[in-house]
Design a protein around this ligand. Structure first.
Ligand SMILES: [Zn+2]
Length: 155
């Protein structure tokens, strides 16, 4: 391993057990923290932002000790930070590493833009099909209105 690789390895595996969210666009770091509710949990969290990155101009990284994310939470990460990589660490070893992926359908985590939609008026969870993964266009299963990235609100 080159010195650079060793240094990179150390940076990532500095937690014993937990999850590292890497390659977050720098401007989305605090949004990721808030949609995952990381500001309300007692776990040790390390946050880096505006770090140098080859893939992105400036990236952010979040390391959360003793926390493994559920698929619903990973979908939220994909929606606000589609470039992010998820790294799961157990006993200082990387056991899983993959880029997050915007799913084909989204259940419960996003609000429908249409105030008259049944999901905004009755106790029915939202359900969207993702009609464009790059621009994030979500088509409501109930009212067929399209929710865009710019007006996306998380539940
Ligand atoms: Zn709707």
């Amino acid at each position: 391993m080159s010195k650079q690789e060793i240094r990179k390895e150390l940076k990532v595996s500095a937690i014993e057990n937990g999850t590292v969210i890497d390659h977050i666009p720098a401007q989305s770091v605090f949004q990721v923290i808030s949609i995952l509710g990381l500001d309300h949990i007692p776990n040790q969290i390390m946050i880096g932002t505006n770090l140098e990155s080859r893939k992105l101009k400036k990236k952010g990284i979040i390391k959360v000790s003793n926390k493994y994310f559920e698929s619903e939470e990973i979908n939220k990460i994909a929606l606000v930070a589609p470039t992010a990589t998820l790294i799961v660490i157990k006993d200082y070893t990387v056991v899983y590493k993959a880029k997050v992926e915007v799913p084909d359908s989204i259940n419960k985590i996003v609000k429908c833009i249409n105030p008259n939609c049944i999901t905004n008026n009755e106790d029915i969870p939202t359900l969207f099909s993702v009609i464009n993964k790059e621009d994030l266009l979500l088509n409501c299963h109930y009212c067929e209105k399209t929710t865009k990235k710019s007006n996306m609100r998380f539940i």
